[in-house]
Design a protein. Structure first.
Length: 393
């Protein structure tokens, strides 16, 4: 089959789906091509923290009903070190901004439901997706469904296919510059049927390594432990995970982590990566396809949403007036904010983790930094304004 649309979108993650939704609101047609099944993308466990601007955008564009009902609004976070907790009053330090706990796959479910209800086309289980002719005005996406090869012609392609997608690697050598840093550790994460042990998130610095207490609902806790990059999950029976979390998260001898059945377990790699520019001809990259951050600042999804907001506006302007200025400045506009968010994610990661090559000097320096961040208003405010999200543009 050969078919046509205005914007061909590769990937039904938060970036691709939100872009399709925003374009639809502006009267622009798109088709989303996704390698996985609907069930797979709706159940894929990822992070779950939304910046104030992301929350606002979901609500303003009509996809925030479940978020308003089920999302947990958080006004602060806790940094724990030296066996004590120190609260960062996010809303007090930012003039009232908050963050919301709401799982990424719930955002994905809400966006898929909205697109399908509006007659949007999302083609799941599209095989062998490849992109062509994006150096010209009629780029094409080839894909396979049920053994048949299809060709989608479009005016633009949005590469929203994540870090391991096909769009970025298809751009000819020499066009892109890559910047990255791989961290010498990973996170072992679990979801557990346990009541959260605190109302707020706890980021813990500990001699044994970083730990994070987060949540998904009043009944489900999300927890992470710093581990080796090649950690073998088989060596981590549930009991060992709980003991290690208890040790790293403890504040005072009476603090007890609530335990429960572990319903999901996984390893998250830690990497900072940016590609410049975020476009080539009529192909535009957005979200993880263009940049990834270590999860310490919870920025991955929020960055993806910020990119497609800029891209949707640029495409809307182009279709309304024929003006390509916003498309030409897309990459530059996004990258200015992307780099600030990269800096923040790297900084949070560096402050809170044990690095294998660090000596006692480095550990004292990290503790001094944590002490400073939790006692200086200027420093707390810097953390808070980045954590709730820098202005979108
Ligand atoms: N063809 C079609 N679809 C593909 C292909 C391909 N060759 N390769 C990958 N995809 C799909 C993936 O299955 C996934 O559904 O592209 C989608 C990319 O989605 P995400 O990885 O969620 O990336 P993005 O939408 O940019 O969202 C960024 O996701 O990785 C998390 O934590 C990260 O929160 C961040 C967010
Ligand atoms: C999560 O809840 O999954 C989460 C929260 C905050 C982070 C990272 C992950 O910094």
């Amino acid at each position: 089959m050969n078919h046509r649309t205005q914007v061909g979108i590769v990937g039904a993650g938060p970036a691709g789906l939100m872009l399709s939704h925003l374009l639809h609101l502006a009267g622009i047609e798109s088709v989303v091509l996704e390698a996985r099944s609907r069930q797979y993308v709706e159940e894929r466990v990822r992070a779950g923290l939304l910046e104030q601007g992301t929350v606002n955008l979901l609500i303003e564009t009509g996809v925030g009903d479940r978020l308003k009902r089920l999302g947990l609004t958080h006004h602060g976070i806790e940094l724990r070190f030296g066996g004590r907790g120190h609260r960062i009053d996010l809303s007090g330090l930012t003039g009232g901004s908050t963050v919301a706990i709401y799982a990424q796959h719930e955002v994905v479910k809400d966006l898929i439901a909205a697109r399908l209800a509006a007659g949007g086309q999302i083609i799941f289980e599209a095989g062998d997706v490849s992109i062509h002719d994006f150096d010209g005005p009629t780029p094409k996406i080839r894909y396979r469904i049920d053994g048949n090869v299809n060709l989608l012609s479009c005016d633009f392609i949005a590469g929203c296919d994540g870090f391991h997608g096909v769009c970025r690697p298809t751009i000819p050598a020499g066009v892109l510059t890559m910047y990255d840093r791989i961290y010498p550790f990973a996170w072992l994460g679990i979801l557990a049927e346990a009541r959260p042990s605190s109302d707020e998130l706890i980021y813990a610095y500990h001699d044994r390594g970083f730990a994070l207490h987060s949540m998904r609902s009043p009944e489900i806790t999300r927890l992470y432990l710093q581990c080796a990059p090649d950690e073998d999950l088989g060596k981590w029976p549930d009991e060992r995970i709980w003991e290690e979390l208890q040790l790293r998260l403890a504040a005072g001898k009476d603090w007890k982590l609530n335990r429960g059945a572990v319903i999901q377990k996984g390893i998250t790699e830690m990497r900072s990566f940016v590609v410049e520019p975020m476009h080539s001809g009529t192909l535009f990259l957005a979200g993880d396809a263009a940049h990834i951050v270590p999860p310490t600042g919870a920025k991955g999804l929020n960055l993806a949403v910020a990119d497609v907001r800029v891209l949707a506006r640029a495409l809307t302007d182009y279709y309304a007036s024929g003006n390509r200025d916003l498309l030409s400045s897309y990459s530059e506009t996004c990258l200015r904010r992307v780099w600030k968010v990269q800096r923040f994610s790297w900084w949070m990661t560096s402050m809170l983790h044990r690095f294998p090559d660090d000596n006692l000097f480095d550990q004292r320096r990290q503790l001094a930094e944590l002490d400073y961040v939790t006692t200086s208003r200027a420093a707390s405010q810097t953390l808070a304004e980045n954590y709730v999200g820098l202005p979108m543009e």
